[in-house]
Design a protein around this ligand. Structure first.
Ligand code: VGL
Ligand code: ZN
Length: 205
């Protein structure tokens, strides 16, 4: 059984949003076209309480995009984004949700970030996604969405560690910084993930 994970297709990560990923909107149609080709479709939402510690605004004197250490973990400081219930936290209205059977939310604990859909950044707490996927008989996970170099990358990495076969649909993601996207793909390949074009999926039944 296959699952498509649609990572953080939220207004704040799309052009005009608080943490916009360049060309993020270029993948929306593809994400809809891909869905019928999978046994299961799951979406995620970055879902931070106001004042989340990943926000630069909560660390006086620190600039947005600064790298700090927070409670024993490296943390990049982001603009305020995906605040629970805010317009920017909503999934893009063009994303078809009819086949999305579950939405997993992450980044809720105020003191720790969560790039992966499976665990927080300290691997301290599970979201339950791996157990959910196993319960549905999923063995192969396909990852798409935003942002390639953060939530897509860390989700794919944890999926590998959880024992799933992993394919990242490279053209169905966009990233924040070109250098970190290249490094993310190289690391995922080295760990056993496949990087594929969505055409390989769209051209099969
Ligand atoms: C993300 C940075 C901060 C992502 C979420 O969805 O890739 N990136 N929070
Ligand atoms: Zn976030």
């Amino acid at each position: 059984m296959t699952a498509l994970l649609l990572i953080d297709v939220q207004l704040d990560f799309l052009p005009g949003g608080a943490l916009a990923v360049p060309e993020g909107d270029a993948i929306l149609q593809m994400l809809n076209d891909l869905q019928p080709h999978f046994d299961l479709v799951v979406a995620t939402q970055d879902w931070h309480p106001a004042g989340h510690r990943s926000f630069a605004s909560t660390h006086p004197g620190q600039a947005v995009f600064a790298d700090i250490e927070w409670q024993g973990l490296p943390q990049r400081l982001w603009p305020d984004h995906c605040v629970q219930g805010s317009p920017g936290a909503a999934l893009h209205p063009a994303l078809n949700l009819n086949r999305v059977e579950a939405i997993f939310r992450k980044g809720i604990a105020p003191d720790i970030d969560s790039y992966s859909a499976f665990f927080d950044n300290g691997h301290r707490r599970s979201t339950g996604l791996a157990a959910y996927l196993r319960g549905r008989g999923v063995t192969h996970v396909f990852v798409a969405g935003l942002a390639a170099d953060y939530c897509v990358y860390f989700t794919a990495k944890d999926a590998l560690q959880e024992g799933f076969a992993v394919t990242v649909l490279e053209d169905a993601t966009r990233g924040i910084a070109p250098d970190s996207i290249a490094a993310a793909w190289a690391d995922l390949r080295a760990q056993g993930a496949q990087l594929a074009s969505s055409h390989t999926v769209l051209s099969t039944g």
